[in-house]
Design a protein around this ligand. Structure first.
Ligand code: K7E
Ligand code: CUA
Length: 640
């Protein structure tokens, strides 16, 4: 962001200040001074934990605002967090902010055995064989613009994938490696009914990326991918100009929106941020489907790819497939208001948000006529959430604030002509601000992505915690802060700090009664063959050994399993218990095997017994007083 070469001894505050410099001419001087003074004050108080005290009226205790959930009681909401480069989805209870579960998606996980049994390791292998991912945007499926509790989808920004998590079992059940997409960034279901899951390609690459056009960046493109949520098949893609970034769906089944930076088609930072404007791309989904039906596409990477670039003939007529709306430079987040009226794109490198009137967008000849407000919010607006009472809440990355503003007030205040760039006023639509700690990325309010947000809780997903927690070394936790937004008169209240492991991005908060997880598996729901209490057997054929056995407290189906060195061995193991919460596992030391076995679940693993010896197969979940004794021997006899 700066031309000054970084020196080794700058403080974070100095770096923050340097980050502001290139924005200086784009933001009101008064706000800059204020922000600078705040940064200075923060610096002088570094290490001082009394920065926020009881007399700070932006604070509330958990019990004051109903955030105290006593031991043994349940939360009102599930929050599903895309845990960034940890590759997983994390599940919190809200408002307690207790971490309830981690769902591995793009990474293997030793506790749950994810990536160690045949089914999940083959799924990861078929999806490209990558061992990590960058999970940003977990979006829960909806029917009629409300959560239906079936699935959560999440993108892999690193390796261009989309995954589906089954919310009956809270486990990843499908991953697709999206063709023609190097980084899948934005992710969202087409609403109201989750007809598609969209993966938004961020990085522009040659099409196809097979060695052609290596140094011809003008020929690179990014694509939007429409994925069928049932089959996880990529149905079609649309090629566009410029990078894409975040995305959200309209509520009516027609429009899908993606922000984008780099309308310049540059490859360096200065090239990518040269222009003062970039686009929000509005995809007209039925018009694209019609083009696909009419065969107006090219097949690339096995997928029909429709040309949605600005010069495309498909954007020529009176029903263009993609409308390019000019917005201030490098917009980042975009989200559609609960009533479906507006799509709001946050400026990132510009202190404003652009409010697009969706109905106008469909009618006007010039898509730019659909911009109906551009409130000045503060420095580094990234993402916006809603309370269902007409307010928007936007994170300000550089100012370390959440700003609450009134959407209709911003529309009323918008001048007919272009806003004056020297206008120093913060938007009159701003209701209040609250400091967060520090540098928020996404924020999410309860059911903000539906037509009916709950309006009580908001989580600010902050990138830095600096000195707010005990020092744990150079890599600090992130800080997920719970903010109460349920009382417009009293204002926003900061209730909790929650340290979290790198690095939550987006989240979805869903009312607890809309998610119905199972307690035990239903064998009809999986392919592996259920091995009942009577069915244990060992079959051998041509160097292949298949061991079918049950598990239960406190035994496996066989006390000993003997195989020959070099045999290919398959274990099919069922936990035959029906008691909720009693899990077993089959861990085989030195063969790198760990199958998690939840009640009524069956897992399979295949390996080559290439090391003669005795291996104690044991259960790794502490399941009963005789858990230590729950073990059997794998005996591998040396080859003759
Ligand atoms: Cu802003 Cu990937 Cu949604 Cu992160 S993106 S913050
Ligand atoms: Cu079964 Cu421990």
């Amino acid at each position: 962001m700066t031309d000054t070469p970084p020196s080794d001894d700058r403080t974070t505050d100095e770096i923050d200040a340097a980050d502001r410099e290139p924005l200086f001419d784009r933001i009101p001087r008064r706000d800059f001074m204020k922000a600078g003074a705040a940064a200075g004050a923060m610096g002088s108080l570094a290490g001082c934990t009394s920065l926020l005290k009881d007399d700070d009226d932006s604070l509330a205790s958990a019990s004051e605002v109903g955030a105290y959930v006593p031991p043994g009681e349940h939360d009102d909401y599930y929050a599903f967090l895309g845990a960034g480069q940890s590759g997983e989805i994390r599940v919190y209870g809200v408002p307690s902010m207790r971490q309830l579960m981690r769902i591995p998606v793009f990474q293997t996980d030793s506790a749950s055995g994810y990536g160690y049994d045949n089914r999940t390791s083959e799924m990861l292998e078929d999806a490209g064989g990558y061992t990590w991912g960058d999970a940003h945007h977990p979006r829960v499926s909806q029917t009629d613009n409300d959560y239906d509790g079936r699935w959560a989808f999440v993108n892999d920004k690193a390796n261009g994938r989309m995954a589906r998590v089954d919310l009956e079992y809270f486990e990843t059940d499908a991953i697709v490696d999206v063709p023609n997409q190097q980084g899948t960034h934005g992710a969202c279901c087409l609403l109201p009914d989750t007809k598609y899951v969209f993966g938004v390609g961020e990085l522009r690459v040659p099409m196809p990326n097979d060695g052609r056009d290596l140094d011809d960046p003008d020929a690179y493109t990014s694509v939007l991918a429409a994925i069928d949520p049932e089959t996880m098949n990529v149905e079609w893609e649309v090629e566009v100009d410029g990078n894409m970034d975040n995305a959200d769906s309209g509520k009516e089944g027609r429009w899908f929106f993606a922000t984008g930076y780099n309308s310049e088609s540059g490859v360096s930072e200065s090239e990518m941020s040269a222009s003062d404007t970039d686009w929000v791309k509005a995809f007209d989904v039925p018009a694209i489907e019609e083009a696909v039906e009419n065969g107006e596409y090219e097949e690339i990477g096995g997928v029909p790819v429709v040309d949605g670039t600005r010069d495309s003939p498909l954007n020529d007529g009176d029903r263009p497939i993609v409308r390019y709306v000019d917005v201030a430079k490098s917009p980042h987040g975009i989200s559609v208001t609960p009533d479906g009226k507006y799509a709001i794109a946050s400026g990132k490198l510009d202190p404003t948000a652009s409010v697009i009137d969706i109905e106008t967008l469909g009618e006007a000849d010039d898509p730019n006529e659909s911009i109906v407000a551009r409130p000045n919010l503060g420095m580094g607006p990234l993402h916006t959430a809603y309370d269902g009472r007409g307010h928007a809440y936007t994170t300000l990355f550089i100012d370390s604030e959440v700003v609450k503003w009134d959407i209709e007030a911003a529309v009323e205040a918008y001048p007919e002509e272009e806003p004056d760039p020297d206008d120093e006023k913060e938007s009159p639509a701003v209701v209040e601000r609250i400091s967060v700690h520090y540098n928020p990325g996404h924020l999410i309010a309860a059911e903000s992505y539906t037509a009916d947000p709950q309006g009580d809780w908001l989580i600010s997903l902050n990138k830095l915690s600096k000195d707010r927690f005990l020092n744990v070394g150079p890599m600090k936790p992130e800080n997920d802060q719970l903010i109460y937004i349920g009382d417009d008169d009293e204002g926003m209240k900061l209730v909790k700090d929650t340290p979290s492991y790198a690095e939550p991005h987006d989240a979805s908060i869903v009312s607890a009664d809309k998610i119905n997880p199972a307690d035990v598996y239903d064998p009809a729901d999986y392919d592996a063959e259920f091995v009942g209490g009577e069915d244990s057997e060992i079959t051998r054929e041509d160097g292949r050994v298949h061991v079918r056995m049950y598990s239960m407290r406190n035994e496996f189906g066989f006390e000993d399993v003997t195989v020959q060195e070099g045999d290919e061995v398959t274990f099919t193991v069922t936990n035959i218990e029906r008691t909720p919460d009693i899990l077993h596992s089959l861990a085989i030391p030195e063969y790198d095997i760990n199958l998690k076995l939840a009640p009524q679940d069956t897992r399979e693993v295949t390996f080559t017994a290439d090391e003669p010896g005795v291996y104690w197969m044991y259960c790794a979940f502490f399941c009963s007083a005789l858990h230590m004794e729950m073990r059997s021997r794998l005996i591998v006899e040396p080859a003759e």
